[in-house]
Design a protein around this ligand. Structure first.
Ligand SMILES: [Fe+2]
Length: 131
């Protein structure tokens, strides 16, 4: 999975694009996700990456988020299309693919669904949601 250098690149991006408070939150979620992954038998590396990047789009202005969501190839329901606070999960899942070439379906799902709890969430998505 992601090596130390790659994690450093992710962290540098987050430091540049998030407030200090949001960055700290992201690191804390990543660490909590690893602990939950250990407890529930999920991939700890994927948990760290998904936890770290789950809010990568959190501080993007609403209009930009809306533009990303409107072009998203992810499954976005009508309710989500009207719920601005949920946009950053969808946009984040899109951004990590284009910014960091992350295409692991578990990581994408965990970022995409971290704002909503839905019935059939994969284990890693449940972990990041809880973390
Ligand atoms: Fe979030």
């Amino acid at each position: 999975m992601a090596d130390k250098k790659t994690i450093g690149i992710y962290k540098e991006y987050l430091k540049e694009h998030l407030s200090k408070k949001r960055y700290t939150h992201s690191v804390n979620v990543a660490n909590s996700a690893v602990e939950l992954a250990k407890r529930y038998g999920a991939d700890t590396d994927k948990a760290y990456v998904a936890g770290l990047l789950h809010d990568v789009a959190k501080e993007i202005p609403s209009l930009e988020l809306a533009a990303i969501v409107s072009k998203s190839t992810l499954d976005v329901c009508d309710i989500e299309k009207k719920a601005v606070p949920l946009f950053h999960g969808i946009a984040g899942a899109e951004l990590v693919q284009t910014l960091f070439d992350i295409h692991d379906p578990e990581i994408i799902s965990a970022i995409r669904y971290h704002t909503v709890a839905c019935g059939n969430m994969p284990k890693l998505s449940q972990i990041v949601y809880l973390a």
